[in-house]
Design a binder for this molecule. Sequence first.
Ligand code: GUN
Length: 291
Amino acid sequence: MILIDGKKVAEEIKLELKSEVDVLRTAGKKIPHLAAILVGENPASMAYVNNKVKSCADAGFVSTLIKKEGNISEEELLKVVEELNQNPDIDGFIVQLPLPKHIDELTVTMAIDPAKDVDGFHPVNFGKMAQGLPCFLPATPYGITLLLKYYNIDTVGKNVVVVGRSHIVGTPMSILLSRKGADATVTLTHSRTKNLEEIISQADIVIAAIGIPHFIKADMVKEGAVVIDVGINRVEDDTAIKKYKLVGDVDFENVAPKCSYITPVPGGVGPMTVVSLMKNTYLAALNKNAR
Ligand code: GUN
């Protein structure tokens, strides 16, 4: 079993980005600038956004964090989005999800200028992705494809089972892996899927993105399978200082011995999401520099 070290791969990519940013700086060109809007005080979202800001600093990017109260109206939030759309200094920005219930996530996503949508969530980018056109790829699925490439894990003709159909991970992942180049045969499964365990047990590659701690058990997974765990679930742990620990969607301890490759949680997919977002932001800045 080979443990996929997302932290290490992400650090390498961050260093590459840093040297590319140094080149831009030396040439007097625009330094990539990512902005993030954080609404409310969801602890997980705060942690993710802080991570994104810190990673930007590590790679020499400029970043701006815009914090808004959880009771901000949708209208006010749309104004903030529009300001960032118009601000020529911001190359790309994200609105951290989930948003409070009174705000419609799709309305906010649709308000983002697709040229600055470094999360790749706007339907224009999503549609381009589906057609294999140049676009910003959604960060988590993009990061997973980078990990698979780094470890030379072949996807051509492989039987991939994606568990979970979210707009952020499962659905775009299934599209990316079935596109030309990746050429996998993908089954996208969800809460209404029949015979889920049987389908997972036939997978060469399992991508678990359902948000249920330890959902994927050892008896569901084929011997020698590749298992990619996207879950970041907080479960109570009285022995931990923070009183919780992070666990994935995979029962790692029991599944890992059966796998050819597996990602840990934390330190697997999570760090790759952040660097993918940065790669998109770098691309957005390059596009501006080219104009
Ligand atoms: N919430 C969970 N994952 C993501 C992500 O990749 N981008 C944003 N904006 N919110 C998220």
